[in-house]
Design a binder for this molecule. Structure first.
Ligand code: AMP
Ligand code: FES
Ligand code: ZN
Length: 265
């Protein structure tokens, strides 16, 4: 397989786009695509203050890298959830995020949930849900709350998250199965801000998870490979697996599913 741009050996073959690229051209292609989506969906302009929520995973660290390369002023926010039993998930992702920021001279806000709320996410969930449920819903609420607060307190215009196409397609699939109209209406690459609430954007919403993993790897970004230990067995992972089966048989169907939805909404 040869790179479509230069004819050298291709490093990444994207059947969904009928496009193969060498390392050099792939590392140009992903930021160029991201820049195109930022403009197409009118996410933000050069003069706006951007806060990137970074988890230490491949998507959000790559997003921060890309925004920085595209010349945007973007600071980071890492929320320490205190998920450190079994595997050191939170402390390791914090270490990698801090290392990434320090290496590039980027500004990072760190919020420790335990210090702010007196309890870690697993403790908070065990108390409020009597240990019955996984902490993911509580965790989602806390993360959203912290992101909104930091964006407001520090005067950021925009809050960017690293949601990729696989994330968005899985959410869309779930909401379509149940025809959850309210949720469907609210799923978009951009959610407009209101006074005191920053605009929310997902610049990677059209990039496959596999494309982001390849980007992080080829760019040499050190990220946490493990998913949150509580994500195991979740419905969103199940939907991602289903969509991946479809994608294997019909390359491009994940993207088409999401794009047709955006056109229809
Ligand atoms: P998830 O809900 O884990 O799939 O993450 C979706 C997005 O939320 C990520 O791409 C990040 O932008 C953001 N995010 C997740 N976890 C954290 C965290 N601990 N601190 C800051 N941002 C996060
Ligand atoms: Fe929040 Fe897993 S429970 S990241
Ligand atoms: Zn090339």
């Amino acid at each position: 397989m040869k790179c479509k741009k230069c004819g050298n050996k291709a490093s990444v073959n994207m059947r969904q786009h009928k496009l193969a690229l060498c390392k050099e051209h792939y590392l140009e292609w992903v930021p160029a695509q991201t820049a195109r989506f930022i403009k197409k969906y009118r996410m933000f302009g050069r003069d706006e203050k951007i806060l990137v929520a970074v988890s230490g995973g491949k998507d959000s660290l790559s997003l921060w890298d890309i925004l920085h390369r595209l010349g945007y002023t973007a600071d980071g926010l890492y929320i320490c959830l205190g998920i450190d039993e079994g595997i050191a998930y939170s402390s390791e992702s914090q270490r990698l995020t801090e290392k990434f920021a320090a290496g590039r001279g980027l500004k990072l806000h760190v919020v420790d949930v335990q210090k702010e709320y007196g309890e870690t996410i697993p403790e908070l969930a065990a108390r409020t849900h009597r240990g019955q449920e996984k902490p993911c819903s509580v965790c989602g609420l806390v993360k959203r709350h912290v992101m909104n607060r930091i964006a407001r307190d520090f005067g950021y215009d925009v809050l960017a998250t690293g949601h990729n196409l696989d994330d968005e397609a899985a959410v869309l699939f779930g909401n379509t199965l149940t025809w959850s109209g309210e949720y469907l209406l609210r799923q978009a690459p951009v959610l407009p801000g209101t006074p005191g609430l920053a605009r929310k954007v997902k610049p990677l919403c059209r990039l496959y998870e596999r494309e982001m993993a390849a980007y992080a790897f080829l760019r040499g970004i050190e990220y946490i490979y493990e998913e949150c230990p509580f994500a195991e067995g979740s419905t969103s992972i199940y939907y991602k697996e289903l969509l991946n089966k479809l994608e294997t048989d019909k390359p491009g169907s994940k993207l088409l599913f999401y794009l047709r939805f955006l056109e229809a909404r």
